[in-house]
Design a protein around this ligand. Structure first.
Ligand code: ZN
Length: 125
């Protein structure tokens, strides 16, 4: 059975974020990186979350950070720049009988030629 990617791209996991999570490739856009980070949360891949986080802002992460049951991702808007990019998204998770969403405008920067997650912004700059 074909496993669809958790990031809701509609593509098979093996041909989408798993290319990045398994280290076969590295995302070349901030949006692709953000999608792969959602898939890392959804599949419990801590090493990938650390690797894709800017070292200046990466918190101590452990298995307790992966208890949320992420259900789907909705990319609202993304703006790709040369060294900085911004992606606004809603990450949905199961809560009781329903679903709630984390709504975030995230900042990404190019670090050592790779896109990494810096952190949330309070608004579009
Ligand atoms: Zn994906």
């Amino acid at each position: 059975m074909l496993q669809l990617c958790p990031c809701c791209s509609g593509k098979p996991f093996a041909q989408c974020c798993n290319l990045y999570l398994s280290g076969q490739a590295y995302p070349n856009t901030a949006e692709a990186l953000m999608r792969s980070r959602f898939s890392a949360y959804a599949t419990g891949n801590l090493p990938y979350l650390r690797k894709s986080w800017h070292p200046d802002t990466c918190p101590e992460l452990d298995a307790d950070d992966l208890t949320t049951q992420w259900s789907r991702l909705e990319v609202i808007k993304s703006k790709q720049g040369l060294k900085k990019s911004i992606v606004e998204f809603k990450a949905w998770y199961r809560e009781g009988d329903g679903e709630s969403a984390l709504h975030e405008i995230s900042l990404f920067k190019l670090y050592k030629k790779r896109w990494v997650y810096v952190g949330p912004l309070s608004d579009w700059p």
